[in-house]
Design a protein around this ligand. Structure first.
Ligand SMILES: Cc1cc2nc3c(=O)[nH]c(=O)nc-3n(C[C@H](O)[C@H](O)[C@H](O)COP(=O)(O)OP(=O)(O)OC[C@H]3O[C@@H](n4cnc5c(N)ncnc54)[C@H](O)[C@@H]3O)c2cc1C
Length: 453
């Protein structure tokens, strides 16, 4: 008789948990996954996918305007928010079914309920005790709303995807990628947007040129970006919210949207009882192989609070399956993880920022260009694209590539492959471009912008 009910019990059927469960089952493990909310997790339901669909929706307003420069006349425009959300919801429920089928076809048992850990080999679901040789904690993260008077009136990205109507005005609080993306979404759909960030410039951690270029482009579009400020309290009067800012001024708005970070979803999970070490904010501490302080408990994805990105959670899920069930101990490769802010315009980035490179390398070369995209020669739109390459002067190795402009994510992905292969600037230069594209600028940048000696 088997010693445990399952070889692997995964808590959370999000990006990481689904990948780990399916792959483990494909290697012959008996696997169950518990999911308390929605199959596919944050990315599919209230993250990357619905967000990108709303980004597409928001771009039509400028596309309609730009069409005139190409001879098109477009009639009266109107966005039907209810229809947009209904169509988005339909696609998400299709994806939920896809995830269910993928797991069922791999032989994974799906338990749609809240799970808690009772001891290192026991999970409790709806009062029933289930045992497993290994437990995988893949519970993701949850939006963090600061406790200020009136914060109960605010929404987060979770609610923004399901608003009954498009707000006429929204205040977005927070300077991370989610705040910048939703500022573009709401503005593109016709909402008046104010975005607040308590620091001097948003998108901390991104290259400074990207941060400054995006701020300038968003302001040109009419987004009211305000830095070094925050909300002190929110009061509700009638249907209106009044936000009092730290400097004492007030702003009236229909919605206040907090995008002020996310915290690991590890409360009421029983991790302490099992002896799993966590950081103060609830992040599960793991080693290079994603193993926690308890030998048979592993953890991946957002709840470890490192790189909160879907492809990272997926890569970690794969590594756990390889390590535990394919006799192939695997550490995920975190080198040159590319990412995109789907703001308007996009920010795409991979590798070191100029500031990081200056701190780590003796001499660096920086190549930079800024230009008006070809499309806007006819539209007349005042929008610029910025691209930048950071190079180690000694070895000529490319250390970072950064871009603000349309399709930045699509362009940067390929450069991440080149960088993981150790590409040098000379190899970028010897690569023939695709003309006419914006991407070709990455292989034709010849003028050094700055050099540190
Ligand atoms: C608005 C937004 C936009 C984003 N956009 C991008 C993007 O463009 N690109 C990108 O790479 N990343 C993006 N992300 C981040 C991405 O969604 C996450 O990094 C990714 O989903 C993390 O996967 P995960 O498996 O760690 O957790 P999740 O996908 O969050 O899955 C965790 C699952 O565990 C379940 N769960 C939690 N506790 C329990 C319990 N006790 N019992 C049972 N089930 C439980 C939850 O319900 C959830 O379904 C975005 C996130 C947000 C919020």
């Amino acid at each position: 008789m088997a010693q445990y009910d399952y070889d692997l019990f995964t808590i959370g059927a999000g990006s990481g948990g689904v990948r780990a469960s399916r792959m483990s089952a494909s290697y012959g493990a008996k696997v169950a996954v518990a999911e308390e909310r929605y199959l596919g997790g944050t990315c599919v339901n209230v993250g990357c996918i619905p967000k990108k669909l709303l980004v597409y929706a928001s771009h039509f307003s400028t596309d309609f305007q730009d069409a005139a420069g190409f001879g098109w006349s477009v009639g009266e425009r109107h966005v039907d928010w209810a229809k947009l959300i209904a169509n988005k919801n339909k696609e998400i429920s299709r994806l939920n079914d896809v995830y269910r089928k993928l797991m069922q076809d791999s032989g994974v048992t799906i338990i749609e309920d809240h799970a808690e850990i009772a001891d290192p080999h026991t999970i409790v679901v709806d009062g029933k005790r289930i045992t497993a040789k290994y437990i995988l904690v893949a519970v993701g993260s949850w939006p963090l709303v600061p406790e200020i008077p009136g914060s109960e009136h605010a929404i987060t990205s979770n609610e923004a995807f399901y608003l009954p109507s498009l707000p006429r005005k929204v205040i977005i609080v927070g300077g991370g990628f989610i705040g910048a993306e939703f500022a573009g979404i709401f503005h593109g759909l016709g909402t008046e947007v104010v975005q607040l960030y308590r620091g001097p410039l948003f998108l901390r951690g991104f290259d400074d040129d990207c941060r400054e270029t995006l701020a300038a482009e968003m302001r040109k579009k009419g987004i009211d970006l305000r830095f070094n400020t925050d909300i002190e309290r929110i009061e509700k009067a009638g249907g209106i919210l009044r936000a009092t800012l730290t400097e004492g001024t007030t702003l009236d708005t229909e919605q206040v949207f907090y995008a002020t970070g996310r915290e690991p979803n590890t409360r009421s999970l029983g991790l302490e009882k099992a002896g799993v070490r966590m950081r103060e904010n609830g992040a599960v501490v793991v080693d290079d192989y994603l193993k926690t302080s308890v030998d048979n408990i592993y953890s991946i994805g957002d709840c470890t609070d490192r790189l909160m990105l879907t492809p990272v959670a997926i890569a970690e899920g794969r590594a756990v399956a390889e390590t535990l069930f394919n006799n192939n101990p695997m550490k995920p490769n975190y080198m040159n993880v590319p990412s995109t802010v789907f703001s308007t315009p996009n920010v795409g980035t991979v590798g070191l920022t100029e500031a990081e490179a200056r701190a780590r390398y003796k001499n660096i070369d920086v190549y930079k260009t800024s230009f008006r995209p070809l499309k806007h020669t006819l539209t007349g739109r005042d929008e610029r694209t910025m691209m930048k390459i950071v190079v180690d002067h000694e070895t000529d190795k490319v250390l970072g590539c950064h871009m603000v402009g349309p399709d930045a994510g699509e362009i940067i992905q390929g450069l991440a492959v080149a960088m993981n292969c150790g590409a040098t600037k000379a190899q970028f230069d010897s690569t023939i471009g695709i003309h006419p594209t914006a991407a070709e600028e990455f292989v034709t940048m010849r003028t050094k912008a700055a050099r540190q000696t």
